[in-house]
Write a protein that binds this ligand. Sequence first.
Ligand SMILES: Nc1nc2c(c(=O)[nH]1)N[C@H]1C(S)=C(S)[C@@H](COP(=O)(O)OP(=O)(O)OC[C@H]3O[C@@H](n4cnc5c(N)ncnc54)[C@H](O)[C@@H]3O)O[C@H]1N2
Ligand code: MOO
Length: 601
Amino acid sequence: MATPFQNPLNIPVIGFCAYSGTGKTTLLKKLIPELNRRGLRLACVKHAHHNFDVDTPGKDSYEMRHAGARQMLVASHIRWALMTEDKVDEAPSLPHLLRQIEQDQVDIVLVEGFKKLALPKIELHRASHGKPLIHEVDEYVQAIACDDETELQVDIERLDLNNVEQIADYVCAYAKREQRAIAARRNPIEAECGCDTDPSKPMSVGQGVAHITAQVTPITETETCPIHQALNRVLADDAVSPINVPQNTNSAMDGYAFAHSDEGQGPYQVVGEVLAGHVYSDTLQSGQAVKIMTGAAMPAGADTVELRELASEADGQVRFSKPTKAGQHVRQAGEDIAQGQVALAKHTRVGAAEQGLLASLGFGEINAVRRPKVAVFSTGDEVCQPGEPLTGAGIYDSNRYTIMAMLAKLDCEVIDLGIIEDSQQSLADALTQASTNADVIISSGGVSVGDADFVKLALKQVGQINFWKIAMRPGRPLAFGQVGDALFFGLPGNPVAVMVSFLQFVQPALRKLAGEVNYEPVLVPAIAAQDFRSRLGRTEFSRGLVQMNQQGQWQVSSTGSQGSGILSSMVRGNCLVVIPESVAQVAKGDTVLVQPFADLL
Ligand SMILES: Nc1nc2c(c(=O)[nH]1)N[C@H]1C(S)=C(S)[C@@H](COP(=O)(O)OP(=O)(O)OC[C@H]3O[C@@H](n4cnc5c(N)ncnc54)[C@H](O)[C@@H]3O)O[C@H]1N2
Ligand code: MOO
């Protein structure tokens, strides 16, 4: 009988079980990049049966552990590892191990080993291996990945052990199903009626992001795109360099190329001249030099260049004013990128440098992920169209324009649905229509507790929408769910709340949808130039102006009044000062994290 297991996390966990020698690790090594490609961030847990160690005697961390530290955390700017001395008589506890995982940073945990646990698993089986079938004795095996020769007696989902994409499809579908089940377990009332009835329990920003990004399946359709239109597109394939860059070993300076010898200062006999785009057809002999221009291919036999300014040429001989170093001022063929090297990995968003790099490799077009299609509309009787007269109690529609501009920066195809009149049926019709064309629908306004409940009624009529309270300011109310196959975001009406909620929740979702894998916001430390508002249990996103102070440190000051209707605070600022829920107060001189938004807004 299986040992009971309960997933302690808010993200799905799935096991892989097999007899040793089936090729579990080989499969996982292919499956992990395939799942990454589909936007799933992964954690893996492996049960080792032997006394393993990842540390090496002589390393500080090893010595500190052996001196008696129960826990040892070693960290660098790219990686950290926590090692814990935790001797247990039986197998380690999987729930305990899972609690160590950063569940706001990953979407699913793949578990290898722990096969006695009541944990949903995929079995791997190879007939030629002659081992029994695990699912016949383990009811928690949900699917079997096997070869053609395997005969199955029971009705179980069959996958092809050699078809990584098919296994990835299964894992993605499992992740989606589990995510919904976890959401329902965490908030059964919300899951049932689609409304937030427990305002005393707001969701953290991290939970909101994790919940939203887990619902996003990256677009798999691709299209070719000419190189001059590649800016901001996401690569669907690795860009493998067809050439060496530079193509030839060439001179980095205007000067003289020669075969370096003990007489590094010359004289050398000048036997010719070679310009960029040309080649010197003979092989240089010892004691010979050619005049060479920057970028020109080095002649055969030459290995060193000296600058023209340091040379004096007379009677067909060149001498240098100081000794030269063998190999100086020469760029080797392929030193930037070698032929066959992945110059840019798939999932990369093409910026100016990337576009130039692709061009430098000769790509006339790229294979890009289809751009997300996003429909946007505004609601509210008071909301007026810019360019038309402002009604007495009206306000011009700014939200649709900030949202459309942020979408343009993310290279989305925007479908502008305008201002939709305040009626449940008009809104329901517009939403249904939008869901047939768009991957994502975004609205602003009408998600709080006001009287204009037709927005909520319309959303309930045509989709599955949850109304959340997020422990953040601004941007407390947020609606999220689905209308048909489209994801729906109902952003709060206040203009600053719209932008802050977009940056925190919509942006990562759209970047994942568009095929990017790294979509976490960039946060940088800065010194607070003044006290900042903060409250335990709520993330504050104050608008700030980050600048370098005279000591060369980043310093951030407030843009002034922080009301969530004051859109000019976003214009004056260049970053959000992110004060997490665990921080009770921020005083002048404290270090805070800021999220620069210049690139995105
Ligand atoms: N009793 C409560 N009142 C409010 C709460 C609450 O929890 N309890 N939350 C407040 C917070 S925080 C926010 S944010 C707002 C969000 O409310 P809604 O999303 O329902 O937005 P509206 O009421 O429709 O509008 C708020 C504000 O924004 C203006 N607006 C709306 N659309 C646009 C647009 N397209 N362009 C420019 N400005 C727009 C609208 O005129 C309102 O002034 O609720 C608080 N209240
Ligand atoms: O979310 Mo509201 O913007 O804090 O006013």
